[in-house]
Design a protein around this ligand. Structure first.
Ligand code: FAD
Ligand code: PYC
Length: 416
């Protein structure tokens, strides 16, 4: 990769960036590709990157209906952790965590991964029993996890209300120190630039309008920029998975819901970790810009509007003020929503389908940002070999017929 010196930064600024190379090309789509990835979010871009890097597939296109990272990838609250209960899920998210730990170096792009720790609070005896069970399960899987009490919490997070006379008193928490946050846009841009450098065509403003199936096999897609042939198509469109499945005559066990988040005005550094509470239904961290990043549970209705309803905002902010009374005086700046794809067991679908050459990567619901690199890694393997990687074998569509669900509603926590 070319290095930019301070001098070249100045030269580019003075020339209004006329000579600044774009980070990825804007190619016209070809008539056919060896593989097509539908959806230019983090998962789709990571899939294309690992198809090229790990499996030597360079004649690959990512088709994105808007701009890359404009879906949930650019709308999420960036919490990264791998403290899931069941071994199947824990190993998948832990693979991702290990990739996060080397991602900036691998992509040669700073994704600002900050391992500032993630606390999941407990507010009742049963909460604490569930936390202890999950921490023990994590440790058995080699994943870092601790149970912490209120004295330690009060020391680590001075503005957290741990007094026993609050409505839902904090009794303790789980802590994953390797958890944290990353810069979401940078994840999309970093994967895009690295995939493009390996020859992947990233085609924005290109909506897939139909999937062509002949004799039970995928043969291509119809798009707003014309038909494109391929016998290997991976669909990675999050909240729109059901819509794309219908194009191929399939029905997925997915519901699409709005999920909201909000940021406050920027304030001085006050919170250097991530705090989540499933019981009071809110979570919070502070961005490097100083904004408090706050989120809630899903809006209960199905929909495709990237905005949510007022009661959820009120509920989440009540929860945050309960936990952090000092934030009651902070003004909120912005709010937005994304469309999340929720499966019945709160676990993803990374799977072949009854249509040969057609693969789906969806169902990450409210928690897929943390899985971005790992999801791309295993889905690229699945597409390249027409066979699941051992880490995503438990997440096939068959589980909804056999009943071998991996119920992660507990660890999916706040948002589901
Ligand atoms: P997306 O980024 O949504 O990408 C899918 C892309 O497909 C979109 O760009 C879309 O435009 C494109 N597309 C759709 N239809 C078509 C079509 N017909 N043709 C072409 N392209 C199409 N997860 C965490 O781990 N931690 C968090 O803290 C967290 N917080 C969240 C907070 C909010 C408010 C939301 C909404 C989500 C949150 N998530 C979190 C979940 C996380 O954002 C998602 O699971 C993850 O980003 C999904 O990535 P993706 O690449 O699959 O989807
Ligand atoms: O999966 O950790 C998570 C999460 C936090 C907020 C939304 N999703």
């Amino acid at each position: 990769m070319k290095k930019y010196s301070a001098y070249s930064l100045l030269r580019n600024a003075l020339s209004h960036n006329r000579n600044w190379r774009t980070a990825w090309r804007s190619p016209e789509p070809k008539k056919s590709y060896d593989a097509i990835v539908v959806g230019g979010g983090g998962h789709g871009l990571a899939t294309a990157y690992y198809l090229a890097k790990n499996h030597g597939m360079r004649n690959v296109a990512v088709l994105e209906k808007g701009w890359i990272g404009g879906g949930n990838t650019g709308r999420n609250t960036t919490i990264v952790r791998s403290n899931y209960l069941w071994t199947e899920a824990a190993l998948l998210y832990e693979k991702s965590m290990q990739l996060w730990e080397g991602l900036s170096q691998d992509l040669n792009y700073n994704v600002m991964f900050s391992q500032r720790g993630v606390y999941n609070l407990g507010h009742s005896l049963q909460d604490m029993r569930d936390i202890e069970r999950r921490v023990n399960a994590n440790r058995l899987n080699g994943i870092d996890a601790e149970v912490v009490g209120t004295a330690e919490l009060a020391k680590a997070i001075p503005c957290l209300n741990v007094s026993s006379d609050s409505r839902y008193p904090v009794l303790g928490a789980s802590l994953q120190r390797r958890g944290g946050v990353a810069r979401h846009d940078a994840v999309a841009w970093g994967f895009a630039r690295a995939a493009d450098a390996l020859g992947v065509d990233i085609v924005e403003q290109c909506a897939v309008t139909d999937i062509d199936v002949r004799g039970g096999k995928a043969v291509g897609v119809q798009t707003t920029r014309g038909p494109i042939a391929s016998d290997r198509i991976g669909v990675v469109v999050a909240g729109h998975a059901g819509v794309l499945a219908k194009m191929a005559g399939l029905r997925l066990p997915i519901e699409s819901h709005p999920l909201q988040a909000f940021v406050s005005e920027p304030i001085r550094p006050v919170l250097d970790t991530v705090v989540m509470s499933g019981a009071v239904h809110g979570y919070i961290s502070q961005s490097d810009k100083g904004e408090l990043v706050i989120g809630a549970g899903i809006d209960a209705y199905n929909g495709y509007g990237q905005r949510g309803s007022f009661p959820v905002i009120e509920h989440a902010l009540q929860a945050i003020v309960e936990l952090f009374p000092v934030f009651s005086r902070v003004r909120m700046l912005r709010l937005w929503g994304g469309i999340v794809d929720v499966a019945p067991d709160a676990c993803p679908i990374l799977s072949k389908t009854p249509v040969e050459g057609l693969y789906f990567n969806c169902g990450w619901g409210t928690g897929g940002f943390k899985a971005t690199p790992g999801s791309g890694w295993v889905f690229a393997h699945t597409m390249a070999h027409d066979e699941a990687h051992q880490l995503n074998a438990p997440f096939s569509l068959e589980r909804f017929a056999t009943g071998a669900l991996v119920d992660e509603h507990g660890a999916a926590a706040v948002a589901h």
